[in-house]
Design a protein around this ligand. Sequence first.
Ligand code: ATP
Ligand code: MG
Length: 449
Amino acid sequence: MKTVSDAALRDALKACLVKMPPHVLLTKLGADELAFIARTWPLIARDEQLPPDFHDPRARWHTWLFMAGRGAGKTRAGAEWVRMTVLQALGSGSGPLRIALVAPTHHDARAVMVEGESGLLRTCARDGPHRPQYEPSRRQLIWPDGTIAQLFSAEEPDSLRGPQFHIAWCDEIARWRQGQKVWDMLLMALRLGDHPRVMATTTPAPVPLVKRLLESPQTWLSRARTRDNAANLAPGFIAAMEARYAGTRLGRQELEGELLEELQHVLFPRHLLEAAREPATPPLARIVVAVDPPAGRGENSVCGIIVAGIDAAGIVHVLEDASQRAAAPLRWARAAVAAYHRHAADRIVAEVNQGGDMVEALLHQVDADVPCRAVHATRGKTVRAEPVAALLEQGRIRLAGTFPELEDELAMFEERIAAGRSPDRADAFIWAVTDLVLRTRAEPRIRCL
Ligand SMILES: Nc1ncnc2c1ncn2[C@@H]1O[C@H](COP(=O)(O)OP(=O)(O)OP(=O)(O)O)[C@@H](O)[C@H]1O
Ligand SMILES: [Mg+2]
C-alpha cells in the first residue's frame, strides 16, 4: 500500500474543498475517513500552527516560537504539537517520551495546558485508548505507552533541576516571572533522544526572554493575528476586542501579535495625560467614588479616593482626587462619603482586599444610606490597568483639572509596582473607570470547539 504523507493528504483534501463545498464533500466520505479528519490536526490547522518539520520534513529545529494575538490559537497549536509528537514516537517506536510542560504558574499549567478548552486532555480525547490520564497529585500526564508529561511553574525554576526530557512545551513565556532562568534550566534538562526541541507559545511582550529567542538563529518563528482565528472564536469576540483595543499600542500587541518596545513600561504616558485635560466637563450620566483603602497606617500610607463620572457618549471624566494621607479609618471613610455627597454620586466602589467587610461597615457607620459596591482584586494590578490604559489612549478618559499626585502615580505605575510601592490613587482611578465603563461590558468569551 502506498503511504501518503500528512502534508500530501492535507493538500489533496484542500484541493477537493476548492471543487466542492465541505458539506458535499462530507457526504461522500465514509465513517473511517470522517473519523480520520476529526483526528487529524494538520487538516484543520492553519499553516502557522504546524511545526517547521511539517512544512519541511528535513528541518532540524530546536526552538519553535509561536507568537500571536489573543485567541489566535496558540495553546491549541502547542497541545496538538505535543499530541502529534507522542503519536509519532509511538508509531516509530522511539517512545516513550519524557515531556516538560511549563506555564507561568501551576494554576495555568493545570487550568490552561492540561484541563483548558485548548489543552491536552481535550485535544487528546479523540485518540481513544491512546489518550493520557492526568494525575493531579503528581502533576503529570501519563500515556498508555509510558510517555510522561510533567507540569512545571515558571515561578519555580529549581524544580527543573534533575529531570530530563525529549521535548518541552512552554505556554505564555512572556508572562514567566523568571523567564531567562527558567528557560536556561529547561534547556539543560532537554537532553534525551536524538532531537530534543521546545515549542513556546505566547502573546508578545518586550521581555528579555522573548527578545533573546527572536534574535537567536536557532528559533523558528510563527506569527498570527487574533482575527486569523475568527472562524473559531465566539461571535462578537473580535468586535469586542477591537472596540476595546483598536488603534492603541496595546491592540497592536494583543490583537496583531506585534512585539512593541517599551510598551510594558508606560501604560499611562504623561503626554496622554496632558492631552486628556479638559477645560469644561459636560453633564454626566453616572458618577462614582472609588476607594482603595490603605494596607497600614504609616506616614506614607495613602487611602486612594477618586471621583469620576461618565457622560452620554461614554467618555469618563475624572472630577476629583480626594485621597487621604496617613488617615485613620474613620477619617478616610468620612472623606469618601463627603466626596459622594459633594458630587451627588451614584455610589461608592471600594476595594475590600485589605479590610474585608470592615470597609463597607466603616462607610455605613458614617452614612448608613450610601450605596456601596465591594470589589475584590483577583487579577494583578497591571492586568487590571491595561484596559484602562487603552481607554486613555483612545481619548475616552478626560481629566477635569490637574491632579499632580494621581498623574505621577499613573505615569510611574510600573516603576512603583516594581519597587513594591502601592499606587493607591492610581488603583482607585482604575476601579472608578472599570466600574463606569468596563464592568458592564460582558467579557468576550472564546467559543468551545
Ligand atoms: N485551526 C483551528 N481549527 C479549529 N479550532 C481552532 C483552531 N485553532 C484554534 N482553535 C480554537 O480556537 C479557540 C482559541 O484557541 P486557543 O485557546 O489555542 O487560543 P490562544 O491563542 O491560546 O488564546 P489566549 O490568547 O486566550 O491564550 C479554541 O477553542 C481552539 O480550540
Ligand atoms: Mg492560550
